[in-house]
Write a protein that binds this ligand. Structure first.
Ligand code: BT5
Length: 321
């Protein structure tokens, strides 16, 4: 019934359809139609109703199912296979399972809602039905395990470039995995791998983006530290073209990385980074080091020179600037 009703609206784009006409064509009562209209509104369809005229479809929800993403996809292989969930615990967990089951390189898992999104070190990642992007990419690079953190940096560059292209907004990257606007967190990236000591079987890159939340829609824990693209832009953003733009950017950078190594990615990353050339605190699981961030190594580790002049190579930490 929902499909039939949507088809009728599609065939009468921009026009009002009377309740009588709909009920005749679909063979159901006016009350049943009212219920379906109500259901569509709950699913994000904007429907105008006017006395004696009936109903008119004003806008469709911002859908991110594979067919919507593929409209703007220009990749050769990345994201050609997609698994979509209306709601799922974590796209990251699903991607791990699919990778173990033999999913191809470039397989994308996307969810409209995540109910148990993961950050690093068991932390929580909040997403919201219909207004965020939660996606995990399965890659199978032939790399030693210690080089995989570079892929977090590569992903950050891809996301920053895609956001600029789709919204005009300039974001900055805070080592290693945060994308910020005006000091507030917009995107989190989580890179995990399935590997043996010397060989990587797969790398799962999880990307969470705050797209259309309003300030009051953030969980209490993050309301002072988080922002969304819609808040910064002052207008809502379509998610499917943004997902496609990330995949388009990612594939170009990834192929460059595989063919030519990390140095080209590194200079792009440094151009967007706010954590290099400044004093900062790096909180690792063992200690807090204060120092001057000199740059990143070829492996993607942060080089931090402490007050005693000793340079530390930091592979994972939370940064406070
Ligand atoms: C991250 O961890 O930032 C990685 C987040 C990765 C999320 C994606 S979504 C798709 C895929 N599936 C998953 O289950 N995960 C990935 P970390 O650097 O540890 O930051 C976590 C911290 O960010 C939390 O402790 C909060 O303080 C904050 N946070 C949580 N949700 C947020 C949000 N929506 N916006 C801004 N900050 C948030």
């Amino acid at each position: 019934m929902k499909e039939a009703l949507l088809k009728m609206f599609a065939e009468h784009e921009g026009q009002f359809l009377s309740g009588e006409k709909i009920s005749q064509q679909l063979g159901c009562s006016r009350t049943a139609i009212w219920k379906h209209i109500d259901e569509l509104r709950k699913n994000g369809y904007q429907l105008e109703s006017a006395p004696r005229k009936g109903y008119r479809l004003v806008s469709k929800p911002d859908e991110i199912q594979p067919h919507e993403v593929k409209v703007s996809l220009q990749t050769k292989w990345l994201g050609h296979e997609q698994t979509y969930y209306e709601a799922v615990s974590s796209t990251q967990s699903v991607a791990h399972r699919l990778a173990q089951e033999g999913a191809v390189e470039g397989h994308l898992v996307v969810a409209n809602e995540q109910t148990a999104g993961k950050g690093r070190l068991g932390r929580k990642w909040y997403s919201r039905a219909g207004s965020t992007i939660s996606m995990s990419l399965i890659l199978r690079p032939e790399l030693p395990p210690q080089r995989t953190p570079q892929l977090t940096l590569l992903a950050a560059v891809a996301v920053v470039r895609a956001i600029k292209q789709e919204t005009g907004i300039d974001c900055s990257i805070k080592w290693p995995n945060d994308i910020l606007i005006n000091g507030k967190k917009l995107v989190g990236i989580l890179t995990e791998m399935q590997s043996e000591p010397d060989v990587v079987h797969s790398v799962i890159i999880g990307i969470g983006i705050n797209v259309n939340q309003t300030p009051d829609e953030f969980a209490d824990e993050i309301e002072t530290v988080a922002t969304s693209l819609a808040i910064e832009k002052g207008a809502s953003i379509k998610r499917a073209p943004l997902i496609a733009a990330i995949l388009n950017q990612f594939e170009v950078l990834y192929e460059l990385y595989i063919s030519s190594g990390f140095s080209a990615i590194r200079s792009l990353w440094e151009a967007h980074s706010i954590s290099i050339g400044t004093h900062l605190y790096a909180r690792t699981t063992k200690e807090v080091i204060y120092g001057y961030a000199q740059g990143i190594t070829d492996e993607g580790a942060l080089l931090l020179k402490d007050e005693a002049g000793k340079t530390h190579q930091i592979y994972s930490a939370d940064i406070e600037i």
